[in-house]
Ligand binder design. Sequence first.
Ligand SMILES: Nc1ncnc2c1ncn2[C@@H]1O[C@H](COP(=O)(O)OP(=O)(O)OP(=O)(O)O)[C@@H](O)[C@H]1O
Ligand SMILES: C[C@H](N)[C@H](N)CCCCCC(=O)O
Ligand SMILES: [Mg+2]
Length: 208
Amino acid sequence: MSERIFITGIGTGVGKTVTSACVVEALQADYWKPVQTGLTEGTDTDTVKSLISNPVSVCHREAYCLEAPASPHLAARLEDVNINVKEILEQAHRIQPSGRSLVIEGAGGLMVPLTEQVFTIDFIQQLEAKVIIVARNYLGSINHALLTAQVLRQRAIPVLGWIFSGEYHSNETEVVGWSGYPLLGRIPHTALVDRAFVKEQAEKLSLW
Ligand SMILES: Nc1ncnc2c1ncn2[C@@H]1O[C@H](COP(=O)(O)OP(=O)(O)OP(=O)(O)O)[C@@H](O)[C@H]1O
Ligand SMILES: C[C@H](N)[C@H](N)CCCCCC(=O)O
Ligand SMILES: [Mg+2]
């Protein structure tokens, strides 16, 4: 089935990339990070490439790789680059694998601006993608998680559900209940994020 699955988060640094690798592995899907910002610690694409072991998945080249570890709109401005969302959407059509899903990872959360006019949530809508929300437990995460769910519901964007990353907290169960979206799984904290861990976690996810 040729689905577009957009991996968003309740913010940045919540585990989207590791979760993307698990979803890619579980579905033998392709992976794409259209806009990468911050290059000093390597790219999410290279991270996912290093974590998947199935022979089918392809990790596609980013549409934009920007130096500054910042919002895409700002990182682009700092490099005098113009992010062209129309061209990114055209690239999405070109790379969509036939008969398999494309896992697309955003930068940060839903309201991160790609340009001064187009926010990540607008981009998701234009991609006609279904969404997986990645959440991590920290003081303040209930608010971030429910705001994310609320905006997706208000924009009638199809949501597959939640994947929680890191240590379990009882808040998870309540956030799932309050949001009305299902729990697809959780990816526990591990001392070593490697292929074996991703393969093991991929087998536990209930994605359909
Ligand atoms: N299950 C896990 N166990 C241990 N460390 C993890 C786990 N998941 C993610 N991490 C680590 O947490 C950090 C942030 O995770 P990750 O890069 O997946 O976040 P992100 O949401 O993709 O961030 P960005 O918005 O920059 O794309 C990384 O150093 C990653 O290796
Ligand atoms: C640089 C980092 N790796 C992220 N991809 C960028 C996240 C941008 C967040 C913008 C914001 O919400 O303030
Ligand atoms: Mg990432």
